[in-house]
Write a protein that binds this ligand. Sequence first.
Ligand SMILES: Nc1ncnc2c1ncn2[C@@H]1O[C@H](COP(=O)(O)OP(=O)(O)OP(=O)(O)O)[C@@H](O)[C@H]1O
Ligand SMILES: [Mg+2]
Length: 298
Amino acid sequence: MYVEGKTKSVTAGPEEGTVVLRTKNELTGGDAAKRATIEGIAAHKTTQAANALRYLEDCGIPTAFIKQQDETSLICAACEMIPLELVSRRFAWGSFLKREPSFSPNNGTPFRFDEIKTEIFHKDAVVVPPTVESAQQMKESEARDKFLKDGVWAPGIYTDPYVVCHEETWDLYPAKEVLAEQETPLLTIPAALSASEVAQLRNEIMIPCFEALEKAWAKVETTFGAVALADMKIEVGRRVSDGKLVLADVVDNDSWRIWPGADPTKQLDKQNFRDGHSLGQVADNYALVAELTAQFSH
Ligand SMILES: Nc1ncnc2c1ncn2[C@@H]1O[C@H](COP(=O)(O)OP(=O)(O)OP(=O)(O)O)[C@@H](O)[C@H]1O
Ligand SMILES: [Mg+2]
């Protein structure tokens, strides 16, 4: 087995049913329209992932994590990945505001959900006419090769579409447009998971994972106060050894928004990279976050 991703590679692990996830010195943003190589970032991300995943395992959340192998790699259970991005939010921020602008911040104060908001996005892009003859899903890498020129997408390409799950079918909507204004979905596909599996993802993985990490971050003090976990994205897979749905891939500083003192302007996560901060500053943040995640404890 060999997969060369944008930020990681996956190779067969030391034992049957395991893989080695090796992190690269790469950050990507904006559907990889933006990317940079940053020396040392792989080690910081690996430390963050090992600390976060070990902690989640200790909290009883099923993950693929087995152990850290070396400075830049983890050994994990091999999974058949489910092509979804699972997002949990305590605060309304980022692309959520594009879909639901009525939740925009009030005088800079983000809207807080009393109950964690969960959302599902599909990792395959949707491409619609006239770019293609009829609306269809396409691997994001293929869409990127065909339709991303000089950092700009051709019209009619919808990456990471928002999923509305029904029993038998899933409706896919633009992730960055007002949801209430969409008269019809971009595309309807057969449900990739049963309704009970979707409920299992939400109730046994997404929400417990968010609550556990939110609690861990709340105990971490910085010069600006305790750290608020604003939102996070995880991926899941079916563990090859037993078919169980588990949190797979990694959780690191690319996966969440973390706000010291609950102040978005103090963000320590990958958003600084998306926002164009200097790569030195971004690297310093990753080093700090690696250090802070060492405090996670059950
Ligand atoms: N436990 C696992 N078993 C098998 N594959 C895994 C596991 N964890 C992560 N992967 C896969 O590793 C690949 C490489 O990671 P990376 O994040 O760099 O990919 P990517 O280029 O960002 O593509 P993607 O959009 O799928 O994330 C991903 O396709 C991911 O699904
Ligand atoms: Mg990825």
